[in-house]
Design a binder for this molecule. Sequence first.
Ligand SMILES: [Zn+2]
Length: 333
Amino acid sequence: MIPPSSLKWQQYQALLELLPEQHPTHPQIVEKFRITDIGETSEDSLEFFLRQANVPSLTFIKRLRIEENIPFQIDWLVLASSFRVLFEVKGHNGEIHFDAKANQLTRSKEGITESFTDPILQVDRQYANLRTFLIDQQKESLPTYRYAVFVNPRVILKLNDYPEFARVITGQAVPFVLEKHSQKHPPIDPKVSNQHLAALLIQHHHEKLSPILEKHHILWEDLKKGIPCPRCQNRAMIRERMRWQCIKCEHRSTDAHIPVLYALALLTQNRLTSKLVQDFLQLESLEATRKLIKRAGYIKFGVKKAVYYAHPELLTITKSKSGHKSIESGHKV
Ligand SMILES: [Zn+2]
């Protein structure tokens, strides 16, 4: 499966929820999250234009990342029955100049000039990798078009003598581009082949969980402990008769620990130990902690002191099953 937001985005969001504002690294994490969020919001915004195309039976795949030989990521892949399209999405604003000779973009904004790599080179490289993957999978090759799409309405594109100018477009042009290719390659037949191919690609989707705390030199002790109340956000709720009770607003919950467990799974590279969970949830008994983790559907790996628990969906996305040795494989609640 492909999660609606990348694991990187989810990790930074989880970290921001648990990191106290007065922590010295807080501003750095806010900035990291902001940049990741802008990128993904730009990518997401293309969906509106994709769905406006008047072409039957299109399949859209967002943020596909494959790591068979060389890792590659495609912002949007559009599958039609007789052609395919790759879109590399850019959210830049300001004035963008294309330099064909240097294969570079420069942006001038508020007196500052910045350079970026040529998105057409990027999308052509993704296509080369996708093509290799499809050949390996013995899938049919179809005409495949590649575009760089600038989705920010405040961008000014200065294409000058850039030879690939026709492949640099704005979001609004996307439905027209798809309709043009559909007229050129009228649908042969079925939706079926698309669905099979989409399922195969999504099955190969692969993301990583980075050791985000280590990366930013944040200690577990630095993070906020306890379960926040889902109603009033007060920390921490107390455990009473198998339920969570807010001491401020008296709200009761049976599952307020689920988001905290998921956040911890994101931050531990999907290796929760009962000790860590006990500490974070401020539970008295280690045995009750283990039961809580298992009831939440986590899968147990390892033996004795090396036991840890993994979130099943995260296992699928990170494809790290082979690295885990399950002693109760397939256990799900
Ligand atoms: Zn409350």
